[in-house]
Design a protein around this ligand. Sequence first.
Ligand code: ADP
Ligand code: MG
Length: 367
Amino acid sequence: MSDVTIRQLGLDYGDTTVLKDISFNVAEGEFVTLLGPSGCGKTTTLMSIAGLAEPTRGSISCGEVTLFDGAKRINRPPERRDCGVVFQSYAIWPHMSVADNVAYPLRLRRRPKAEIAAAVAQTLALVGLGELAQRYPHELSGGQQQRVAMARAVVYSPQVLLLDEPLSNLDAKLREQARVWLKDIQARLGLTTIFVTHDQDEALAMSDRIVVMKDGAIEQIGAPEEVYREPSSPFVASFLGSSNLIAGTVVGASAGRTDVRIGRDGAVVSVDGPVPAGVAEVQLMVRPEEVRLSGQARDQSAIPVRIESRMFLGAHYRYGVEHAGISFFVDSRDAITGASAYAHIPSGARVFDATPSAPSNQEPVHA
Ligand SMILES: Nc1ncnc2c1ncn2[C@@H]1O[C@H](COP(=O)(O)OP(=O)(O)O)[C@@H](O)[C@H]1O
Ligand SMILES: [Mg+2]
C-alpha cells in the first residue's frame, strides 16, 4: 500500500481548463472521496491518477514513485501504475465468465496458473461471488456485476484503489448495503482508496476525508464532520446537506460578537465571533435542524416568523418560514399549528461575507 500525492494538477482540453490547480494527498489506507456536482472534474482527476487522462501541468506520485510530472515529462503508462480501477459503467467483459473477468489482470501480468486460480477463488469469496464463478455478466444482477468489477480491481493487490461512482447504478436499498460492503472490504484489505461521487450522503457516510470540488477546483478538504459543520463557503454549505443562507447586514459588534439584521428591516440576531472591519453585507448560514421553532418566544433571541409551508418527513417536520421578506427552512419534531411561530437562530450560525465584489471562493469571516 502507498500514499498518493497530487500537486498543482491542471488539465486543459484545447482552450477549456477542466482542472485548475488540484492538490491533495491520500495517506496509506485512507478513504478519500472527491465530491462535487456533475462536470466539476472528478472523473478527470481520477483518470489522471489511473493514467487514462493526461494532465497538462502538475505532478502525481504514489509512495516514492512519480506517476506523472508535467515539468519533468514523466507519464507512466496505466499498466505500470498499479491502480485498481472500478469504472462507473463497471466495464466488465461480456464474453468472459466471472472467474475469467477477475483473472484478467493477473493473466495480463503473466502470473503462474496456480497462483491465478488461488487468487481468483479467494477474491470471489471476499466479494461473496464464490458460487457464481462460472456465470456470464448477462446472468448477473447489477449489484453482482458491481462486485465482479470490484473483485477485478483488487485481485492483484494494487497500491491504490480508484472508484468512479461505483454505486450510482444500483437502486436505493442495494446502494446502502453496498456502502457497508465496500467499506468493509476496503478496511479489511487496508486499501488506499480514492472514491468519486456526486452523492453527499454517500460521501459523508463512507469517507475518512472529503475533497469538495467545484468547476475544476477544490473548494474544501476535511473530515465529513468538518465539511458539514464548518463549510468554508456558501457553495459547500449548500452542496452538503440542507442549509439556509439568510441575507443580512452587520449593525454592530462588541466583545467578540456580531449583530446582524435579517434582511433590510428584520430583527437583529447576535452571533459568535468578530467580523472583519468594513464587512457590511453578509449571509448567515444555518441548517434547518439547528434552528428551534416554538409557539412562544422563549427569550429575546426569538424572531417572529410566518409559517409558509409544512411538510411531514417521517422523523421530523420541515417548515418553510418567513421573516422580514426572507424565507428559510426549520426542522422540528413538533407539530406546530397556526400561521405564526418564533424561530431561534443559534449564536453559532456561520457568517459569510456577501459584499458584491467579494471573490466567489469566499472564506468564512469567522469560524
Ligand atoms: N475528452 C474531453 N474533451 C473535452 N472536454 C472534456 C473531456 N472529458 C471531460 N471533459 C469536460 O471536463 C469537465 C469535467 O468532466 P468530468 O471530469 O467527467 O466531470 P465529473 O466526473 O465531475 O462529472 C466537463 O465539463 C466535461 O465536459
Ligand atoms: Mg464523472
